[in-house]
Design a protein around this ligand. Structure first.
Ligand code: PFF
Ligand code: NA
Length: 453
């Protein structure tokens, strides 16, 4: 552990951390997962629970994680152990760091497959491979793209390689710069799609679907899914934000930073919903079509709109970039743990991790073709990676973080680290002590059917 001897690398600019954390947060979760889950769980009520979870769980947990990272100046495992020890807490708390690191890695194993879809659709857009005019045509194209393990494996391998090249080069190089043009680019693309949707005939239905609250439409399972997605979309309890926080300079404001990231992430998700659902309703597509939803709907809009090919190409470039700025953040915890503790170089750590990633992500990729039948309790391997991380590991990890911050750490530690006004600090403490843990526990108990009252 070299952390006390050497100052840890820090972000370059004043905006460095905000850009990197936003790059981590904004990704496939917003544009791919949020719309398809909203479609699957029936719309407005899901969106409402998701938004409530962002506020009541996501924001306090993100502040806590950044503070833990900056205080402990290390990978999640080392940082949590150090910060807990400082308050006389048991070293067992570092298990929370282990779970986070594992969780980030497990997410990455299926994330590269989805990012591979995005890259392959960029290629299809460029090469005219998306010619088709009906929902059925698009479903067939999506299906054919998945059918060959060599084709799909090519794209996920490409994403794995790109991720590891960037990570191998270090935390600052590239990340800050790419996010500073990728984010505005993404927003512009979504605005174009929304403007198109506003004239396409499905916009009213989309608004109603996303924002009309129909209490009866949300199952307990849907609430658990919404909570899990709030953690997923903000990159929480999976090592990314905590590790990025460990590179944050002392003088940066954690509260303001967190709000910026959470607002940007939420806006992009809602914009993606507003861009995608008009296309779905205008074409009579089923909102609950599952993980292929955006790939089977958006190309229809690109076919029909003026300059559609250009916009389609730009859109998939943005989505692929957004996926990469997220995927690199998922390995950062593992790589920083390896370099801090095993005395190996960043490059060696990145490539070692990359090999394991490649093997497991290839298994996840096979879930869409030859391994479609390799199921357990009805879920294939890809499904299990998603389910275990979003429904279990992230909410439980988040619970651990708030309990640690709220009840174990000396009150001075996080007061200093967060540097909030007394009133805001009291609010944060109230959230991490009571609101966040209770919220998580209640949703779990409800979903598990423990309370059958
Ligand atoms: N927040 C990312 C997204 O919404 O696409 C996904 C993610 C990134 C999850 C990093 C977890 C993580 F550690
Ligand atoms: Na996100």
């Amino acid at each position: 552990m070299t952390n006390d001897a050497q100052p840890r690398t820090q972000w370059l600019g004043r905006w460095g951390f905000v850009l990197a954390a936003t790059g981590s947060a904004v990704g496939l979760g917003n544009v791919w997962k949020f719309p398809y889950m909203t479609g699957e769980y029936g719309g407005g009520a899901f969106v409402l629970v998701y938004l409530a979870c962002i506020l009541a769980l996501g924001v306090p947990v993100m502040m806590t994680e950044i503070a833990l990272g900056r205080r402990g100046r290390g990978s999640p495992i080392d940082a949590i152990r150090r910060v807990a020890a400082e308050s006389g807490g048991a070293s067992l708390w570092s298990l929370l760091g282990w779970m986070a690191m594992l969780c980030g890695f497990m997410i990455l194993c299926f994330y590269v497959v989805v990012a591979g879809w995005s890259f392959s659709y960029l290629w299809k857009m460029l090469s005219g491979g998306l010619a088709g005019s009906s929902v059925d045509d698009m479903a067939a194209i999506f299906g054919a793209n998945n059918e060959s393990p060599l084709n799909l494996g090519f794209w996920s391998t490409l994403v794995t390689l790109a991720t590891m090249v960037i990570v191998g080069k270090g935390v600052q190089a590239g990340i800050e710069k790419s996010v500073s043009w990728m984010m505005p680019g993404m927003v512009v693309m979504l605005l174009i799609m929304i403007a198109y949707g506003a004239f396409s005939g499905g916009f009213g239905d989309a608004l109603h679907f996303l924002f009309a609250f129909n209490a009866g439409s949300l199952s307990s399972e849907g609430m658990l899914a919404a909570m899990g997605h709030a953690f997923f979309t903000l990159s929480l309890a999976s090592g990314a934000i905590l590790t990025y926080g460990s590179y944050l300079p002392r003088n940066a404001s954690i509260g303001r930073t967190t709000l910026t990231v959470a607002v940007a992430d939420t806006l992009v998700a809602l914009m993606a919903g507003l861009a995608i659902f008009p296309v779905i309703f205008a074409n009579g597509m089923e909102p609950g079509s599952g993980p292929g939803l955006i790939f089977m709907s958006l190309p229809l809009a690109f076919q029909a709109m003026p300059l559609g090919t250009l916009f389609g190409v730009l859109f998939f470039i943005m989505l692929s970039m957004a996926a990469l700025t997220s995927s690199i953040s998922m390995v950062e915890a593992t790589v920083s743990w390896l370099t801090d503790n095993k005395g190996i170089s960043r490059r060696a750590a990145a490539w070692g991790t990359g090999i394991v990633l490649w093997i497991i992500s290839t298994l996840a990729m096979l879930s869409f073709n030859v391994g479609a039948e390799w199921t357990l309790a009805g879920k294939h391997f890809f499904g299990w990676l998603d389910y275990l991380t979003s429904r279990w590991m992230m909410p439980l990890g988040g619970l651990g973080m708030v309990l640690l911050a709220g009840f174990v750490l000396k009150s001075e530690t996080l007061r200093e680290e967060l540097g909030l006004s007394p009133a805001m600090h009291a609010l944060w403490l109230f959230m991490v002590r009571y609101v966040s843990p209770l919220g998580i526990v209640v949703i779990f108990v409800d979903a598990l059917g423990i309370a059958t009252l």
